[in-house]
Design a protein around this ligand. Structure first.
Ligand SMILES: *[C@@H]1O[C@H](CO)[C@@H](O)[C@H](O)[C@H]1NC(C)=O
Ligand SMILES: *[C@@H]1O[C@H](CO)[C@@H](O)[C@H](O)[C@H]1NC(C)=O
Ligand SMILES: *[C@@H]1O[C@H](CO)[C@@H](O)[C@H](O)[C@H]1NC(C)=O
Ligand SMILES: *[C@@H]1O[C@H](CO)[C@@H](O)[C@H](O)[C@H]1NC(C)=O
Ligand SMILES: *[C@@H]1O[C@H](CO)[C@@H](O)[C@H](O)[C@H]1NC(C)=O
Ligand SMILES: *[C@@H]1O[C@H](CO)[C@@H](O)[C@H](O)[C@H]1NC(C)=O
Ligand SMILES: *[C@@H]1O[C@H](CO)[C@@H](O)[C@H](O)[C@H]1NC(C)=O
Ligand SMILES: *[C@@H]1O[C@H](CO)[C@@H](O)[C@H](O)[C@H]1NC(C)=O
Ligand SMILES: *[C@@H]1O[C@H](CO)[C@@H](O)[C@H](O)[C@H]1NC(C)=O
Ligand SMILES: *[C@@H]1O[C@H](CO)[C@@H](O)[C@H](O)[C@H]1NC(C)=O
Ligand SMILES: *[C@@H]1O[C@H](CO)[C@@H](O)[C@H](O)[C@H]1NC(C)=O
Length: 861
């Protein structure tokens, strides 16, 4: 209110009188903050005995500075330091208070040339979302005081300093909160900004505050040339009067007109005729009147009778007020006239003028503020996240958007924390931002699962979780909303997250530990887990494939047991039985799946089960069967796999199989399987050792494309029980690395060995163990599966035999790597195709010398 120029006259008007109790003389409820004081420092200011604390705990920003030292001797300690804000447009303190309390809130500003620049700054002061006042420094060594009487509706208050571009750096010296007596200052019209609080008749030039004033109001001496002073040595009997309770020392002096027949006058200008003024006068008779003396007077407002007459009581306080004053335009003129039969002129001991601040800008909905503040503290977000998140709109927190409905509190509708270096999990407080429509957490290092509580945000239409480190699967509800086009869901580039295409992208992040087989107790008995699988993506879905989450991976998740029942139609059709359970045929939507239900005793605890399964769910390769999901509910545990229509390789190689695989088919299958294995060894970090490569674990789809199955499962079936313990500690007889018996350790080279056995089986069509007896010297025709009827190129067969023999070398070091095997097989395949294309019918038979007894008899003990 720069337009106000207070002048003083004298004369009170009585509209009401209130008597109340005396307030205890203590600092309870006071908050005294010395801005710029070093963190955690406190002191007792000697003249007031007020206890000051540092402001460091109330604000994140700003820097601590000190006024020039020569000034310090002349000013109280709370003004020695300032906090200044060279950065940011708006900087806010957040101060916890008791809501519903009537507070006197005071900000003090003393520039003191703390920055040595001598430029007097000008800036704005906000209480929360509302402009409180402008601080304009006009004298470097004078303090500016801004006071407000305010009843907070929340249990915190923001005090903000706002840069006025080009007007210098905001700063603040002290912030004080003083609870006022209940019922003393009415605020039903709004908060009250102090215009003037005057101690009239004061003989010195000293202001009074705590402890003289129990509520620490500051009473400033105010006198006029037309006035003279009256005073008493007596203590003013405060008990007799009002909860306004002005300081005794203030009430013990009074002003009275020098010309005893003249009125006392007070007048001031309002810059806005609509401003509502609150006006209070405090009277105490300080003169012991003689019997023939009397003092009574009446008040006029702008010449009209307003109130009175009053007869002040000796040494007792009477407060007269009008809250608010009737509107009389922009000039207020209060004059106190002596009554006709009064022998003495009017007196005035003290008065206060406030004006009503209409704080119209509502604060953001409390629940939203609580949530976003917790999010801020969870992630340690700095930015410009101070004060109210949404209001005023021009100081909206960076990364937020809000709705501003005139009748309601602003609500947070968008939160963008992309590229903010966030770590940890998604804060649960996010789910309390109920009006959120857009949430962008992309490009951070967030971990943990994508929480289900995000589905609580029913207004959410954009959810971007890209480029993080989320694990697990995406809540079904979110996927469903994404599928329905209600939610734009982005989850890519989360290497460990399933339910998104991101699962298969990053090869480098796979961390399946190599299971220790140190105890020698790893169980292996998946001998006949015949799982047939195949993918038949419905064409409609294919058409939608540019939409998210319609691929098989989008199905990846945890299933409930009742879902498993539905998927398998109550376990209607058995695909096969294995050592660890039965495999059933099923459907998810239009996609065929194979569901392997695990026998209870074989599985470890939920946590480890889940973590292993989740690891496996993110291994993706065209020659590896896809694990779609899992179920773990009580004793019901299952794994849901891609369905492979043509069953396992074993069945195709077995004697009874009518339609024999051609040599070219066999080579392609071998190459596929080798590529799947190579991916486990080289595409995953750390490498995954399959541990059970065999023909029953190589599955074929309807195009005879081969995929390796059951990799990584040895981790899920522990060796702790006696259920499946056998002397065969890992792998399958006939396929097991002979070095394992020495080292008790399975490595990639063990898989290479097993693959060699598979390759030999593919070539010979004979069972692995049987082969231990196959001691053969002679024609390659004696080795190759007779069902091929010689329809093969002997060069490529010979090459394949060479590869297989290399793989089954008893010494691990001599075996090739899977990468080498893949390269060799491809070469072999090329030879076969080239020759087949030439129409060359390969009739050059060669003699082959194989001593399979030594090479293929690992179990002969
Ligand atoms: C500033 O105020 C001090 C007293 O507080 C006074 O002595 C000084 O003259 C003032 N300076 C100006 C430039 O008004
Ligand atoms: C604040 O005011 C200073 C001084 O005029 C100016 O240099 C600075 O750029 C302003 N800061 C902002 C954020 O406007
Ligand atoms: C203050 O008065 C209000 C009613 O005006 C009452 O609700 C509240 O409890 C009182 N507070 C105290 C501390 O007495
Ligand atoms: C304040 O009063 C003292 C004596 O009471 C006087 O010396 C001093 O000059 C006065 N200061 C002002 C600024 O009026
Ligand atoms: C005193 O006040 C009265 C009433 O306003 C006025 O008539 C009179 O002239 C004043 N006396 C002096 C000496 O100013
Ligand atoms: C009041 O009484 C005193 C004596 O007690 C006397 O001196 C004075 O003149 C009287 N004043 C008036 C106005 O009657
Ligand atoms: C204030 O009101 C009184 C009484 O109506 C009048 O005598 C006086 O001139 C007024 N003063 C101003 C400054 O308007
Ligand atoms: C002055 O006169 C009024 C009536 O006009 C009366 O009520 C009041 O008591 C008188 N005051 C004194 C001090 O005589
Ligand atoms: C979030 O902010 C980044 C840059 O700050 C921007 O690229 C991205 O589009 C924003 N996200 C949303 C949902 O607006
Ligand atoms: C991701 O965030 C980092 C900083 O955390 C930033 O350097 C990089 O440019 C951001 N990338 C994208 C694509 O926004
Ligand atoms: C947002 O959600 C609330 C309740 O959660 C609902 O009343 C409101 O209609 C929703 N708004 C939109 C735009 O969906």
């Amino acid at each position: 209110m720069e337009g106000f120029q207070p002048f003083i006259f004298a004369f009170p008007s009585v509209l009401s009188l209130i008597l109340l109790l005396v307030h205890a003389q203590d600092q309870s409820g006071f908050i005294s903050i010395d801005c710029g004081l070093p963190a955690d420092s406190t002191y007792k200011e000697p003249t007031t005995s007020l206890d000051y604390i540092s402001d460091a705990n109330f604000i994140d920003t700003g820097i601590s500075r000190s006024v020039v030292s020569e000034l310090k001797a002349t000013i109280p300690q709370p003004l020695w330091n300032v906090r200044s804000f060279p950065q940011g447009v708006r900087n806010c303190y957040t101060i916890k208070i008791t809501r519903g309390t009537i507070y006197l809130i005071r900000g003090t500003f003393l520039y003191g040339n703390y920055d040595g620049e001598g430029n007097l700054p000008e800036f704005d002061l906000y209480l929360g979302t509302n402009m409180w006042d402008t601080v304009k420094v006009e004298n470097a060594s004078d303090s500016i005081i801004k006071e407000l009487i305010h009843v907070p509706s929340r249990n915190y208050i923001h005090i903000c300093l706002v840069n006025r571009t080009g007007r210098g750096t905001p700063f603040i010296s002290a912030i004080e909160f003083r609870p006022l007596n209940n019922g003393s200052y009415e605020t039903k019209y709004g908060s009250l900004a102090l215009f003037l609080r005057a101690d009239t008749g004061s003989t010195g030039n000293q202001s009074y505050r705590y402890p003289d004033d129990a509520r620490d109001r500051i009473w400033t001496p105010y006198n006029r040339n037309e006035w003279k002073y009256l005073s008493t040595d007596q203590h003013i009997n405060r008990i007799s009067q009002a909860d306004y309770q002005p300081a005794s020392v203030v009430m013990s002096t009074a002003a009275t007109p020098i010309n005893e027949s003249a009125p006392m006058e007070l007048y001031w200008q309002a810059d806005n005729p609509n401003t509502k003024f609150f006006f209070k006068m405090h009277f105490t008779e300080v003169v012991k009147l003689e019997p023939n003396q009397s003092r009574s007077f009446t008040t006029l407002l702008n010449g009209e009778y307003w109130d009175g007459p009053y007869v002040p009581g000796y040494l007792s306080i009477r407060t007269v007020y009008s809250d608010p004053l009737p509107p009389v335009g922009s000039t207020y003129n209060i004059s106190m006239f002596k009554e006709e039969n009064s022998t003495l002129p009017p007196i005035l001991n003290a008065f206060e003028i406030y004006f009503v601040k209409d704080f119209l800008q509502p604060e953001t909905e409390r629940a939203d503020v609580d949530a976003i503040r917790k999010i801020k503290s969870t992630y340690g977000i700095k930015r410009n996240w101070q004060g109210d998140p949404c209001a005023p709109k021009k100081y909206l927190w960076e990364g937020l958007d809000c709705s501003y409905d005139a009748d309601n509190a602003p609500r947070i509708t968008s939160l963008n924390l992309s590229s903010s270096g966030l770590t940890g999990e998604i804060s649960a407080d996010t789910s309390n931002l109920l009006m959120l429509q857009s949430l962008d957490l992309s490009n951070n290092s967030l971990t943990g699962s994508v929480p289900n509580f995000l589905s609580k945000l029913t207004n959410l239409t954009v959810l971007n979780l890209k480029r993080n480190e989320f694990t697990g699967s995406i809540p079904r509800e979110l996927i469903a909303r994404s599928d329905n086009g209600l939610l734009l869901l982005s989850v890519g580039e989360n290497p460990d997250l399933c339910g998104s295409r991101s699962c298969k992208k990053k090869k480098n992040n796979i961390v399946i530990p190599i299971a220790s087989v140190g105890g020698g107790l790893l169980v292996f008995a998946f001998t006949v887990v015949a799982i047939f699988w195949g993918i038949r993506m419905r064409t409609k879905r294919d058409a939608e494939s540019n939409k998210q989450n319609v691929t098989l991976e989008s199905l990846q998740r945890q299933f409930t047991y009742s879902e498993i029942l539905r998927i398998t139609n109550n376990f209607e059709r058995i695909l096969g039985k294995g050592g660890f359970g039965t495999v059933y045929y099923g459907y998810i939507d239009d996609t065929q799946v194979a569901v392997k239900m695990l026998s209870h005793s074989s599985v470890q605890g939920y946590q480890q089960f889940q973590s292993e399964v989740r690891l496996l769910m993110r291994v993706h390769h065209r020659n590896l069967t896809t694990l779609v999901g899992y179920c773990y509910e009580g004793t019901n545990m299952g794994l849901v796999y891609e369905y492979m229509a043509k069953g396992d390789l074993e069945a195709h190689l077995s004697d009874g199989n009518a339609k024999t695989l051609t040599w070219e088919d066999r080579l392609r299958i071998a190459t596929n399987a080798a590529q799947g294995l190579e991916y486990l060894h080289c595409g995953c970090k750390p490498p995954i050792v399959h541990r059970d490569v065999k023909t029953t674990n190589i599955l074929l789809n309807e195009n005879l494309q081969a995929k390796l199955a059951d990799f990584g499962l040895s981790k899920i079936f522990p060796s702790d029980g006696d259920t499946h313990v056998s002397t065969v500690v890992a792998g399958t007889p006939g396929y097991l690395d002979p070095e394992y018996y020495i080292t008790n350790w399975l490595t990639e080279k063990s898989d290479v060995y097993s693959f060699g056995v598979v390759l030999l089986k593919i070539i010979t069509g004979r069972p692995a163990i049987e082969r231990s007896e196959a001691r053969t010297h002679g024609d390659i025709k004696n080795i190759v599966d007779p069902r091929l009827h010689g329809n093969f190129n002997s060069n490529s067969v010979w090459r394949a035999v060479e590869i297989a023999m290399g793989c089954v070398s008893p010494t691990a070091a001599k075996r090739p790597t899977m990468s080498e095997v893949v390269a060799d097989l491809k070469e072999c395949m090329a030879t076969e195709l080239a020759l087949a294309n030439e129409g060359d019918s390969n009739k050059s038979m060669e003699m082959v010398n194989l001593d399979l007894t030594t090479e293929l008899n690992p179990l002969a003990r």
